[in-house]
Write a protein that binds this ligand. Structure first.
Ligand code: NAG
Ligand code: NAG
Length: 202
């Protein structure tokens, strides 16, 4: 039963990935119309970037990678210019392009919106916000789950000793940290790089 569920989840994800690729290929002009040249450059550059940071994990000096975080509830995590955290199903939404930077060893990282230049932060009460200025509230611990997804828990705050995760509901809304659990689908994300760009560049 469990195995079946897992297969089902992965199928969802891969059809999501496939759609993502098709969308980017099919409509480049529409796709980037809202991006400034810098955002576009960042997005286009990310496949090249990836080659430099093949050693993905915890390189010295703060390894940076450009990613989209695609949730197991089928949303791309977004940070908008007002600092709201949410989800989009438009894979070309600039607010979904994130800069993920390693802050310290043990998988502590900070996640910043490329467009908004705001960091995802979690308050003590478990509320997600996009902050202009980096602080310890913006540190998250990346956990690799057995189902190929990652989870991101606040590195600063816990609720009664329990981790609080970045999570998007099935409707693409952020979930308050104290209601989140490691095993919930809403806390599971796949970091996606721009493989479409790889193809275009090569
Ligand atoms: C492109 O990637 C290179 C190498 O990783 C990096 O030094 C440069 O800052 C990137 N440019 C943009 C616009 O992201
Ligand atoms: C962020 O930091 C800058 C520079 O220190 C400061 O001017 C600004 O007021 C800060 N913004 C917020 C929202 O705290």
């Amino acid at each position: 039963m469990r195995k079946w569920m897992l297969t089902l989840n992965l199928q969802n994800v891969f059809s999501g990935l496939y759609l993502h690729a098709m969308f980017l290929f099919g409509s480049m002009c529409v796709v980037y119309s809202d991006c400034t040249p810098q955002q576009l450059a960042a997005f286009m550059n990310c496949s090249r970037h990836e080659r430099h940071t093949r050693n993905y994990d915890y390189m010295e000096g703060g390894d940076v990678r450009i990613r989209q975080l695609f949730s197991n509830t089928l949303w791309f995590l977004t940070i908008d210019d007002q600092g709201s955290i949410g989800g989009t199903q438009d894979p070309a939404d600039c607010n979904s392009i994130l800069e993920i930077r390693t802050v310290s060893e043990g998988g502590i990282l900070a996640i910043k919106g490329v467009k908004s230049q705001r960091y995802i932060s979690m308050t003590k009460a478990g509320v997600l916000q996009g902050k202009e200025n980096y602080s310890e509230n913006c540190n998250f611990k990346e956990v690799f789950l057995e189902n190929y997804f990652n989870a991101y828990s606040s590195a600063k705050w816990t609720k009664n000793g329990k981790e609080m995760f970045i999570a998007l509901s099935p409707k693409g809304k952020p979930i308050r940290g104290k209601k989140t659990r490691r095993e919930q689908k809403s806390s599971h994300f796949i970091p996606m790089k721009c493989q479409e760009d790889d193809k275009r560049v090569d």
